[in-house]
Design a protein around this ligand. Structure first.
Ligand code: PEP
Ligand code: MG
Length: 330
């Protein structure tokens, strides 16, 4: 089994009818880099940058960030890397609150100053992160991702800051790619998913974060054991939002990927491909099995299957359908 999965590493992620699917890795800490290389990922689809800010009492400066991003880009050796700017708040570690970052002690942190909201409130944090990423952007194909977007204006405001930082760097003689690396939005709240057509006009790409999307849609805290049984990314409400956001992107021919846990589940690959998704980012360890699933599928079957699933309104029935669509050794 190990040997078979290892052999898969060199085979392309392509369906039986020749449709290519991009399989990328999520990265939470740089220690995962060797795993990513082993898994045969086509780059990093979600580089979470929270690790830079954890277990310390001061903020990492621009220079330190430059070193970290440069190291990761060099390790990825020309493969694309999507760097998500700081997603502080929600269930993310608030113990290691860095100096000068607003305390996240409101009545409900998940609904408070999280992600891009906090960054727009503290633009110097966003500026330093944009600057650090831009300074290494000539080393490889980079994209920048904004977390917890809920309104188009957040992307617009972030882009203004992004372009201002780029102008300042160019004036200083820094060599930046032209055009600048794409600036995308996470779609991880119901509001963002339902306004995806409007957000698409401001963003260069979407990454659908099904972990938070399920949490916010179903009003179930990701970290709350008492309601864990209600946490279900296959709930039709979540699937309809994924579908709506995907279609908004596809209409504009804008890149869209899924990067929540759903993306790493081989059983959910037929559904996601059937909804039009062609790019998945997951834990590196999930890539071989997801690739195996992709290679056994035909797009027309996936599309027909997705239509059947999307007609259902009962989560249990959807679960049944998904489990019964086992085709090939998944
Ligand atoms: C998500 O919410 O689905 C996601 C990918 O982001 P994170 O898990 O880092 O919140
Ligand atoms: Mg998220």
């Amino acid at each position: 089994e190990r040997a078979r999965l290892a052999k898969l590493r060199r085979l392309p992620a392509v369906t039986t009818d020749g449709e290519e699917v991009e399989l990328q890795a999520n990265l939470e800490i740089p220690a995962e880099l060797p795993l990513i290389a082993q898994a045969g990922a086509q780059g990093i689809g979600l580089l979470r940058t929270e690790f830079l800010f954890m277990n310390r009492t001061d903020l990492p400066d621009e220079e330190a960030q430059v070193q970290t991003y440069a190291g990761i880009l060099e390790a990825m050796d020309g493969e694309p890397v999507t760097i998500r700017v700081l997603d502080w708040g929600g269930e993310k570690d608030i113990e290691a609150l860095a100096e000068g970052v607003p305390a996240l002690t409101g009545p409900n942190p998940a609904l408070g100053l999280r992600g891009v909201r906090m960054l727009l409130k503290r633009p110097e944090l966003l500026e330093a992160q944009f600057a650090a990423i831009l300074r290494v952007a000539v080393k490889g194909p980079v994209r920048i991702l904004l977390p917890m977007v809920t309104i188009p204006d957040e992307v617009k405001q972030a882009r203004e800051i992004y372009e201002r930082v780029a102008r300042r760097l160019r004036r200083r003689g820094e060599k930046l790619p032209d055009p600048l690396p794409p600036l995308g939005a996470m779609i991880e709240t119901p509001g963002a998913a339902l306004a995806a057509d409007a957000i698409a006009l401001e963003a260069d790409f979407f990454a659908i974060g099904t972990n938070d999307l399920a949490m916010y849609t179903l009003a179930v805290d990701r970290a709350e054991a008492e309601v864990a049984h209600l946490y279900d990314p296959l709930h039709p409400a979540v699937l309809r939002l994924v579908q709506f956001a995907t279609e908004a992107a596809l209409r504009l021919r804008m890149p869209v990927s899924v990067c929540g846990e759903m993306a790493g589940n081989p059983r959910l690959v037929p559904l996601l491909l059937g909804l039009g998704i062609r790019s998945l980012s997951m834990n590196a360890s999930a890539i071989p099995r997801v690739k195996q699933a992709v290679r056994a599928l035909e797009i027309a079957d996936c599309a027909r299957f997705a239509r059947r699933v999307m007609e259902q309104s009962d989560p249990a029935r959807i679960q049944e359908l998904v489990m019964s669509f086992a085709k090939g050794p998944i």
